[in-house]
Design a protein around this ligand. Structure first.
Ligand code: TYD
Ligand code: MG
Length: 454
């Protein structure tokens, strides 16, 4: 019987029976590649089968793994992991090439070493001397980390069984291969198979495994998304080129909250933790200028103030440009439409540029109101009051919805010297806060409030 072909998207892992130039799941172009289908024939008679082991839920007495987690001492990393490294867990750390994944993990390995976690750092990308040079730059040359420059998974697992480390770091999964598969390292089948073996090893041998995965835009090699479902925790390391800030974001965590972020700064001697991110994100802002609004946001469990910048200019094109960095472009389109349809403020014939300063990517709908404020301020060429922060979600009817954790947002604003807060009706502040809180019920009310402030 001829085997049917299957095609896998190397960016997201979706499978298709027909080739196409465009992945209908993730929208990437040119990422579908032929993959070996799993055997679908009847099981071999000679092998036979036996019933699987079962156990009653109430009879399981094993201790909760998460209670045995070990903090590394690198506070920003521990926060994102949900408190520390969980034994026998598999973690994926994804990110663009050159963003600092290897640097982060070498520093993490040194921290784990200091708290008694024996680490094996396997690099498939760099020679031992290169890792040593990096360690020297990071001032970690004396850390007791086992290093291996290896790509053959069988050899790695044999080494691991002999050395019995508590943590194995695989840098990167796209360089690893097993000889049972014909395709090249980095192909979807190699990446999935090696990740499968490593996660199995983690569970069976009670060793934590961290896999590094490069995000690939071209689709030549499989991206980390193809193995996201196999691991317990998925972290992405993000940052804008030209900015020193790096954000480690948990997008999936079986052992902790999934929306936590850790903030780092890349320096000449490695990554440094940023204890007060709001101060950092606002540090480049000296005076207020038209088009700038401060958003009091929440990332995971902590409040962060960020500057939202907008530029509105007459468009020379028939179809005006809408460019967004750090926010959702369809959300911007929605706010422009609400401003036009409900408040009569049109942006037709105007180019609109929106930027979240500092390279942060915001996903919270509560940023709507700050975006609207930045857009209005840019359009009218009028600066907002320097000590004002804004938050709230805008609905299609132009009504404003309160955002969660108001008290935390207000406290952070106050801590950084912002005493004027504009928020939706229903946002309540504790009476102990010395803050001027203005409530708005809808967008028209909000525009009126901005006008009366100057
Ligand atoms: P790296 O950790 O190699 O990135 P990845 O593993 O994600 O590909 O980081 C590479 C970049 O970080 C490189 O451009 C140099 C920079 N860097 C510093 O700025 N300071 C440092 O101390 C180190 C080690 C790297
Ligand atoms: Mg690297």
């Amino acid at each position: 019987m001829a085997k049917s072909k299957i095609y896998i998207c190397s960016a997201c892992g979706a499978s298709f029976s027909k080739w196409a130039g465009h992945c209908s799941n993730c929208g990437a172009w040119n990422t579908l590649i032929e993959d070996q289908p799993l055997s679908v024939g009847p099981p071999s008679q000679s092998l036979g089968s036996k019933p699987g082991k079962q156990i009653l839920l109430s009879e399981i007495t094993a201790d909760d793994e998460t209670s045995k987690r070990t903090p590394s001492g690198l506070v920003e990393l521990d926060r994102v992991l949900g408190g520390g490294l969980v034994p026998a867990s598999a973690t994926l750390v994804g990110g663009d090439p050159g963003i600092g994944k290897s640097t982060l993990l070498l520093q993490a390995a040194a921290h784990f070493d200091a708290v008694g976690i024996k680490t094996l750092y396997v690099s498939g990308e760099e020679a031992i001397t290169q890792i040593q040079m990096r360690a020297q730059r990071l001032n970690l040359k004396d850390a007791c980390i086992q290093l291996a420059a290896e790509t053959n998974l069988r050899d790695i697992l044999t080494t691991a069984k002999m050395e019995r480390p508590d943590l194995i770091i695989i840098d990167s999964i796209q360089t690893m291969w097993v000889d049972s598969i014909d395709s090249a390292p980095g192909s979807v089948s190699q990446v999935r198979t090696t990740a499968h073996h490593l996660t199995n090893y983690a569970k069976q041998q009670r060793t934590s495994v961290v896999l590094v995965g490069h995000v690939t835009k071209e689709g030549q090699i499989a991206g980390p998304r193809v193995i996201e479902h196999m691991v317990d925790t998925v972290l992405y390391f993000e940052g804008e080129r030209g900015h020193q800030f790096r954000i480690l974001r948990a997008v999936k965590n079986r052992f902790g909250p999934s929306d936590e972020i850790g903030v780092f700064e890349m320096t000449g001697h490695g990554l440094e933790e940023v204890v007060n991110p709001s101060a950092l994100f606002l540090s480049e802002r000296e005076t207020t200028s038209p088009g700038s609004a401060i958003f009091a946001g929440i990332e995971g469990s902590r409040p962060i103030l960020v500057e939202i910048q907008a530029l509105v200019a007459p468009s020379p094109h028939g179809q005006p440009r809408r460019a967004v960095v750090g926010w959702d472009s369809s959300r911007l389109a929605m706010i422009l439409a609400v401003l036009e349809a409900r408040c009569g403020i049109a942006f037709a014939g105007l180019d609109v540029y929106l930027n979240v300063a500092g390279g942060l990517k915001i996903t919270e709908p509560a940023a709507d109101l700050a975006v609207a404020a930045a857009l209005l301020s840019a359009r009218e060429d009028k600066a907002l009051p320097i000590n004002m922060v804004i938050f709230g979600e805008i609905s299609l009817s132009s009504a404003l919805r309160p955002a969660p954790q108001t008290q935390n947002r207000l406290k952070e604003a106050l801590k950084l010297g912002f005493s004027n807060v504009v928020a939706p009706t229903g946002s309540t502040a504790g009476s102990n806060l010395n803050i001027n809180l203005t409530h708005c019920s809808d967008l028209t009310d909000f525009i009126r409030t901005l006008l009366t402030h100057d």
